[in-house]
Design a binder for this molecule. Structure first.
Ligand code: F6R
Length: 608
């Protein structure tokens, strides 16, 4: 998704802007640009290549003077990815320059109005209307022009705005698109997320919807759109610069896979005390928890897959009906939700448009909203009744790994917490689960010992086509994630199937040379999986299976077996997903794919 950076201070702006944009590259983009004000003139550089091309063209930005500027990475929505559509965009009088994240829903109406008044458009973007509307409403007061413009825009927008007549002020606006202000010493910043800021400052101000910020070298003032001053204390970000760097790995994805033991420990350790789970500040009272008669989990992509795991866990521990729905479907049906429904929203970024819309839909119907989010201060976190943060740190690779694992941990903990409060599960089972959760970091680390085996499996099969991941129960939930990981980063088609469903049609696709990844670590259903493996073997598929260490029966049927450390079956996805992540990584590597930034994908999907 698009990324914004902005800087005002007492040094060259361009190197800061380019460094910030580089850190936002992970969000996904197809063009980029920066503008600085230099000698009371705008100086703009754009590219349809990578940020490195802009750096090369400008000696890392050092060739551009000027101490105030804005920059942008664009992920095309309105208009093709090309230089004329890349941001920043200039107003028709040459006075305002704008970068924008989000979508202006009434842009056509505004464009028609402007064109009727003789304004010529230089791009196909919705953003350009903002620059022109600013010019139209400018009568000598920049703040007033911004305020009037905000009142005319419908949709989501985070804006960085420069006016050439005020070369010392950077303006910022937020409405349903994230924007953060970084507070430095004699310098201040704006950015779409904190990864772009952590190397400069850890002190941030989270902007709220419809706020306008007036940012100078030595001051930051926040106002409502109507000009009323707002006082807000800054927050401190606890992410380190290292977390946003590769630290010796070739790709963020592998670094993040390897961070999982540490990350999940950070997620659960502070929340388990005396064999009990605690969530600080949870508004979901014990009484409210008792009154819940169903749970709906809604999310997108991998976050949805963690919801699928949670369904098995919650149904076991809470004996409540649990529904898992894709947010993009949930929002467009007529869901049965009331004040006795607990709706759990899961999102790494906290900005996913469909997930946020599903949240609002559920809230409007009276449900209590508990969200599981990684990015502090994100839109989903703000809109929820309760938030449990995953504390996974910044996840830079587009394909999620550590955030997925941290989401699972929060879901397990919540299941245990709620089961204890509702007395719906045996306390011995809850204690066993907590003990097992504590062992997960070391068990996940032991999976890394299989890396060479996984790498050579990937090397032998990286040309595979139409792979099937099959499994039952939690193995099936893990299969969904394994399949998504493979396709999103290696561009190879794969499908996850409930193993028992294969024979109802899909088995006709199994033929010699097809790879079937049979997840068979859920021992309660291993016999059934054995039968499914036999079915695909009989059709000459090559089977890579998973099994729990010591359970060698599967060797009779499968061509290769990846042995997992034993854990409680309800926690199985946490260890089983790891070899699947590594397999996807190496298959993508052997295929020469851009692992951290797969084509067509964005880290934070803020459009429908
Ligand atoms: C896949 C992946 C996506 C996200 C999905 C939801 O690796 O990362 O499928 O899980 O776009 O994103 P969040 O969790 O930010 O709402």
């Amino acid at each position: 998704m698009c990324g914004i950076v902005g800087f005002v201070g007492n040094k060259k702006a361009a190197p800061v802007l380019l460094g910030g944009l580089e850190r936002l590259e992970y969000r996904g983009y197809d063009s980029a640009g920066i503008t600085v004000i230099n000698n009371n003139k705008f100086e703009t550089n754009k590219t349809v290549k990578r940020i490195s091309a802009l750096k090369e063209a400008t000696e890392n930005g050092e060739a551009i003077c000027g101490k105030i500027g804005i920059g942008h990475t664009r992920w095309a929505t309105h208009g093709a990815p090309c230089e004329k559509n890349a941001h920043p965009h200039l107003g028709f009088k040459g006075r305002f320059m704008v970068v924008h994240n989000g979508i202006i829903e009434n842009y056509l109406e505004l464009k028609n109005e402007l064109e009727a008044e003789g304004v010529a458009f230089a791009s196909d973007t919705d953003t350009e209307v903002i620059a022109h509307i600013l010019e139209k409403h400018y009568t000598g007061d920049v703040f007033a022009a911004i305020s009037k413009t905000v009142s005319r825009l419908e949709g989501s927008f985070a804006l960085g705005i420069l006016c050439v007549e005020q070369p010392e002020i950077l303006y910022a606006v937020r409405n349903f698109s994230p924007l953060i202000i970084g507070l430095g010493e004699g310098e201040n910043f704006i950015a779409s997320d904190v990864t772009a800021l952590v190397s400069h400052t850890k002190k941030v101000l989270y902007m709220e919807d419809k706020e306008i910020a007036v940012i100078k070298e030595n001051s930051v003032d926040l106002f409502t759109a109507s000009g009323i001053k707002i006082h807000r204390s800054p927050a401190l970000v606890n992410w380190s610069v290292d977390a946003a760097e590769k630290g010796g790995y070739s790709h963020f994805m592998m670094k993040e896979i390897k961070e999982q033991p540490e990350v999940i420990a950070k997620t659960f350790e502070p929340r388990i005390k005396d064999d009990k789970v605690f969530f600080e500040g949870l508004k979901l009272t014990e009484e409210k928890l008792q009154s819940i008669n169903r749970i709906i989990i809604t999310a997108c992509g991998s976050a949805y897959h963690t919801g699928v795991v949670a369904k098995y866990v919650f149904e076991e521990l809470l004996r409540l009906p649990v529904e898992v729905d894709l947010a993009s479907e949930f929002r467009y049906r007529n869901p049965i939700v009331d004040e006795n429904t607990l709706v759990i929203i899961i999102s790494q970024s906290g900005e996913t448009a469909d997930t946020l819309a599903a949240l609002k839909e559920a809230k409007a119907r009276g449900a209590h909203i508990l969200s599981i989010v990684n990015v502090v201060g994100s839109s989903i976190a703000k809109a929820s009744d309760d938030v449990i943060y995953t504390w996974a740190g910044p996840e830079i690779a587009v394909a999620t790994t550590k955030a997925y694992s941290a989401q699972l941990i929060v879901l397990y903990l919540f299941g245990i917490y709620a089961a204890e409060k509702r007395s719906s599960a045996d306390s011995k089972l809850l204690k066993t689960l907590l003990d097992e959760i504590r062992l997960l970091p070391q068990k996940i680390s032991s999976v890394f010992e299989m890396e060479d085996t996984i790498k050579s499996l990937a090397e032998n099969h990286y040309k595979m086509k139409n792979t099937f991941f099959i499994g039952r129960n939690i193995d099936y939930a893990a299969a969904m994630e394994g399949s998504l990981k493979l396709k999103e980063i290696s561009y190879l088609n794969s499908e996850a199937y409930a193993a028992g469903e294969l024979k109802h049609g899909t088995i006709s696709l199994i033929e010699q040379g097809k790879i079937v990844i049979a997840l068979s670590a859920y021992e309660g259903l291993q016999d059934k999986m054995m039968s499914n493996i036999k079915e695909v073997k009989a059709r000459d598929a090559f089977v890579i299976a998973t099994a729990i260490k010591g359970n060698t029966a599967i060797e009779k049927e499968a061509d290769e077996v990846l042995y997992l450390p034993e854990t409680h079956p309800l926690l199985l996805a946490s260890v089983e997903v790891v070899p699947l992540q590594m397999f996807a990584y190496y298959v993508a590597l052997f295929n020469g794919c851009d692992i951290d930034k797969p084509r067509n994908l964005a880290k934070s999907v803020t459009v429908e």
